[in-house]
Design a protein around this ligand. Structure first.
Ligand code: GAF
Length: 398
């Protein structure tokens, strides 16, 4: 981190995103346009639903929704990117099994209904440049953009935290993933060039300036998304709860894995179940690792921070078992490369991106090398994104 005045000034800048050209034909006088970004997470993976800490940031890639009131009671959804249309009416808002994308909008509509708002007909057009299945939380981006647009539509006046929780509920109830709060929180609360150190229990947070002199956050996309991602995610959540229940028999005051230490795991979980022990051990280690990594950031010790990212990956791969051969390959391949100080899989797992801290002047050479090796060993094309850290949700036209 730097105390340089010019840099501090530029860190404080906010970004006004622009309405995508593809959305323009869907905009009339009374149309509301909102957007919400995808996210990265520097460290603290699978800790959010264990009431622990996370260190995410919102990125430049976002979902945009244009919402126009209709005179009738119908809801017409249009996905510009998928060139797909979905029609329902205000009395039939329900989780869809035939196609998934409408769920991310309808799930949020349902949350407004549950809060007592009488639904009204509308047209919604959606476009996003957050890659789907890349672990950058395209679903949270759509949910949060929808929540922001509907907040204006209903003149509901909900604060950001309420909208985050409504978007998370939509993911639980309509997408069927029992996610934690990280993705929606980062999407809404993101801040230009800052990471969010979020306590997922109290929802207290601090913005830490992300200044990594000479390094950049590079995302290497495996281009795979294994289908067990959401089912295994829910299984991990249950496994954490199971581990907790062993401890709670003697320690009812312990409310989540965030309150647990290794001694407790050794005493109460290990004798009962080795697999559950491994899952819980990863979470307990990761929470401690995140807190130590925050000190590294404070001390501007990017090398120490990066080392912890590799440790996180090893825990996710071997103890938590949410990695896959493509993610492991990408992390192992850069492990001893002096241009890379840290790398790990990011997000829920079973595909998507690795997050890498790479020396700026070595990025091109690294990408060329990794892409070639990835093609050779995994027979797949690598996609690469340089993460730009931007602001969270915005209403672009109210
Ligand atoms: C997914 C979930 F949506 C988040 O809540 C979080 O648990 C993450 O996986 C893993 O850290 O993105």
């Amino acid at each position: 981190m730097s105390s340089n005045a010019t840099e501090e000034l530029s860190l404080a800048r906010t970004t006004q995103r622009k309405i995508p050209v593809s959305l323009e034909t869907f905009i009339q006088n009374e149309t509301i346009v909102a957007c919400s970004p995808g996210r990265i997470n520097l460290i603290g993976e699978h800790t959010d639903y264990n009431n622990g800490f996370v260190l995410p940031a919102a990125i430049d890639k976002a979902a945009y929704i244009a919402l126009t009131p209709r005179a009738d009671e119908e809801i017409h959804l249009h996905s510009i990117d998928l060139n797909d249309h979905f029609i329902t009416d205000i009395h039939s808002v329900a989780r869809q099994t035939s196609k998934s994308w409408p769920n991310y909008i309808l799930g949020v509509v349902e949350q407004f209904r549950k809060k007592g708002f009488a639904l009204k007909g509308f047209d919604a057009a959606l476009t996003a440049d957050v890659p789907i299945g890349a672990g950058l939380s395209s679903s949270a981006a759509v949910e949060c953009a929808t929540a922001f647009a509907l907040n204006t539509f209903f003149q509901a006046g909900f604060d950001k935290q309420t909208l985050v929780k409504m978007a998370q509920k939509a993911e639980h109830e309509f997408a069927g993933v029992q996610c934690g709060i990280m993705d929606q929180f980062a999407s809404v609360f993101g801040k230009h060039n800052h990471v969010i150190r979020l306590d997922c229990r109290s929802l207290e947070y601090v913005y830490e300036p992300l200044q990594m002199d000479g390094y950049k956050v590079v995302l290497l996309d495996t281009n795979v998304h294994h289908s067990l991602a959401s089912s295994e995610y829910n299984v991990r959540r249950m496994q954490c709860e199971k581990g907790l229940s062993f401890i709670q028999q003697d320690h009812p005051e312990v409310k989540s894995l965030r309150d647990v230490n290794v001694e407790m795991l050794d005493k109460y979980v290990k004798p009962n179940d080795d697999l559950i022990y491994n899952r819980c051990r990863y979470v307990v280690d990761e929470n401690a690792r995140l807190l130590a990594a925050c000190n590294d950031l404070e001390n501007n010790d990017i090398v120490a921070f990066g080392k912890k990212m590799f440790e996180t990956h090893d825990g996710l791969s071997k103890l938590y078992e949410v990695s896959c051969k493509e993610l492991d390959f990408l992390v192992d391949y850069v492990r001893d490369n002096p241009a890379v100080v840290g790398a790990r899989m990011m997000g829920g797992g079973f595909g998507g991106c690795t997050i890498n801290l790479v020396k700026e002047d070595r990025i091109d050479a690294l990408v060329e090398d990794v892409a070639k090796a990835y093609k050779q060993h995994m027979n797949k094309d690598l996609k690469v994104y340089i993460a730009k850290i931007e602001d969270g949700s915005q209403v672009l036209k109210g």
